[in-house]
Design a protein around this ligand. Structure first.
Ligand code: 4HQ
Length: 262
């Protein structure tokens, strides 16, 4: 995957490319990350990249000409690239989109600043608008890094253990299970005994239940939009029965009849 970020702050990408999985993926030639400085394509002594909005009002707009020229330069580096604009009105980025994007040969990530880019660039040159969430940032650089990181770690070989991405939160539509490491006693708490048992079947069962309970308690919306496996249904049914038992034990006789309250 070839990433090209269009930005007026290329330095923001320096430490991103020098650490962790992104760095290893670059060193292993699994990805490349180049930046194109939009300011290099601005004219005049001051190389201005913003201007006042037509119609008046506060804030500035990114000028179209430098951006268009920067885009042409980026396309020359990657002629078949998909051009992505990071913006609040884009489609919400999620793990499924990361999986789709990882198969692209190259992406040009347009990082706007100010109030955003001139709308005419949007219509002519942008293939996909992506938002990382409903909050307001001052530039598309952090969103671009988020998209690049999520996509990079899905590229085969980018993670140390080839399988690790399959166990992450969302990879199967559930939150990840709880994790524990040494020491065996930490501030009076021990890890679940089953994790020390060496029984791999029981450990897998515990991890499934841990994933499910976390998802039920913290992100029930993830379950509502997903088909459940037979195993997962079994776990939920067992909990359901246990909870019903508790409710029954705490319900006075007749309180749950049609004439009872609630
Ligand atoms: N931006 N997800 C760039 C965002 C944003 C988001 C605000 C992007 C301002 C110029 N981008 N403009 N949320 O808030 O992607």
């Amino acid at each position: 995957m070839k990433f090209i970020a269009l930005t007026i702050f290329p330095e923001l990408f320096a430490s991103f490319r020098e650490h962790g999985i992104v760095r290893r993926a670059i060193e292993g030639d699994l990805i490349s990350l180049d930046t194109v400085n939009i300011r290099d394509f601005a004219s005049g002594k001051h190389r201005v990249t913003d201007d006042r909005p037509y119609g008046g009002g506060c804030g500035m707009v990114m000028k179209p000409e430098p951006l268009a020229a920067a885009l042409r330069a980026a396309r020359a580096m990657a002629p078949s690239a998909t051009t992505v604009l990071l913006c609040p009105q884009g489609r919400r980025f999620d793990q499924a989109m990361a999986h789709t994007l990882k198969s692209l040969p190259s992406m040009i990530l347009v990082c706007g600043r100010y109030e955003g880019i001139d709308d005419r660039i949007l219509h002519d040159s942008i293939d996909l608008e992506v938002s990382i969430g409903d909050y307001v940032l001052t530039g598309g650089e952090l969103p671009a890094m988020i998209v690049m990181e999520a996509v990079t770690r899905l590229i085969p070989g980018a993670l140390g253990g080839e399988l690790s991405a399959d166990h992450d939160s969302f990879s199967n539509g559930l939150l990840d299970c709880g994790h524990f490491t040494r020491p065996p006693q930490f501030e009076g708490q021990s890890p679940p005994e089953v994790l020390l048992s060496g029984n791999h079947r029981e450990i897998e069962q515990w991890r499934l239940e841990s994933s499910l309970i976390r998802t039920v308690l913290k992100r029930i919306d993830l379950l509502e939009n997903r088909t459940l496996s037979r195993q997962e249904i079994e776990v939920l049914k067992t909990w359901h029965k246990d909870i019903e038992k508790i409710i029954r034990a705490h319900t006075p006789p007749g309180a749950d009849s049609p004439s009872g309250v609630k």
